[in-house]
Design a protein around this ligand. Structure first.
Ligand SMILES: [Zn+2]
Length: 282
């Protein structure tokens, strides 16, 4: 008998369809909250009752044994509650999600794989624990954080295209930057274009988790975490989906700056409690 993990891997690899909106009749998918694995079922009530002996259904098996096809709503409620599964019902332009309280699957991989992370897709989340219903749009399940509406992406793009050239305004601040460092002649914390251009010439940007296109570095430095701690804050944005991503893989931002900035573009000061402190090379 397969265990829960093997079962989920097997079902996930063979049952997720290429086009989930292929027909106008609904199609259903269970998603395991812990693993994120998803599999399609024709009829979730029938499937639950017929697969009572599968490991994934073990925690609901006893209850399911007392129910029949006539108890559809109770079957689904029991399965999402006891088996830590979410049930997705897909119709053209609409996704219904049944879940139990905070037991919500990370739907982003499923939405990406099936092209659902779009603003025109309506997503209706139903919490079976409280019967609360909330409505979102499909783009809520994109990776990353939406850019502020006033973020000057086009300006960053224009400067990026000129990253190998010297321009008169290169020692002015790039708007919206916050670094925890300071450069001579530039307002505390803000990053001059010269430093960002220097990083652009060396930085290998990660690809966007949504679009798989190259992202663009728009901020680096330290950010305050709580009262006493600061952590690395390297931010890239995607020009296509306009989402921003913080690079969690970089821990030592001083070493990152040494590796990614020309000597002349390194900050002169580190800001400590709002004051400029002469920076010692990393
Ligand atoms: Zn993108």
């Amino acid at each position: 008998m397969t265990d829960r993990r093997e079962f989920l891997q097997t079902t996930a690899s063979c049952l997720v369809p290429k086009s989930v909106f292929a027909t106008s009749s609904p199609n259903f998918h269970f998603i395991d909250v812990e693993s994120g694995n998803a599999w399609q079922v024709a009829d979730p009530v029938q499937w639950s009752l017929q697969n009572i002996n599968e490991p994934v259904m073990a925690r609901a098996a006893e209850g399911l044994g007392k129910l029949t096809l006539n108890d559809g709503d109770r079957v689904i409620r029991l399965v999402v509650r006891r088996c830590s599964l979410n049930l997705l019902e897909l119709r053209p332009g609409r996704v219904g999600v049944d879940h139990w309280g905070s037991h919500q699957a990370d739907l982003r991989p499923f939405f990406k794989m099936n092209g659902l992370a779009r603003p025109e897709v309506e997503v209706v989340l139903k919490d079976r624990k409280t019967d609360a219903v909330s409505r979102l749009t499909g783009d809520s399940f994109l990776y990353g954080v939406p850019l502020d509406s006033d973020f000057e992406l086009e300006l960053f793009q224009r400067k990026w295209e000129r990253r190998h050239s010297t321009e008169p305004d290169d020692w002015t601040a790039a708007p919206g930057t916050r670094s925890g460092f300071a450069w001579d002649g530039v307002e505390d914390g803000q990053i001059p274009w010269a430093a960002i251009k220097s990083a652009w010439r060396r930085d290998a940007p990660p690809t966007c988790q949504n679009c798989s296109s190259d992202t663009l570095l728009v901020n680096f430095g330290l950010r305050q975490v709580g009262l006493f701690n600061r952590s690395a804050n390297i931010v890239h944005v995607c020009r296509l989906c306009r989402r921003s991503f913080r690079d969690e893989s970089i821990i030592d931002v001083r070493a990152w700056m040494t590796a990614n900035l020309d000597e002349a573009a390194l900050p002169c000061f580190e800001l400590v409690w709002g004051k400029r402190v002469k920076r010692v090379a990393a």
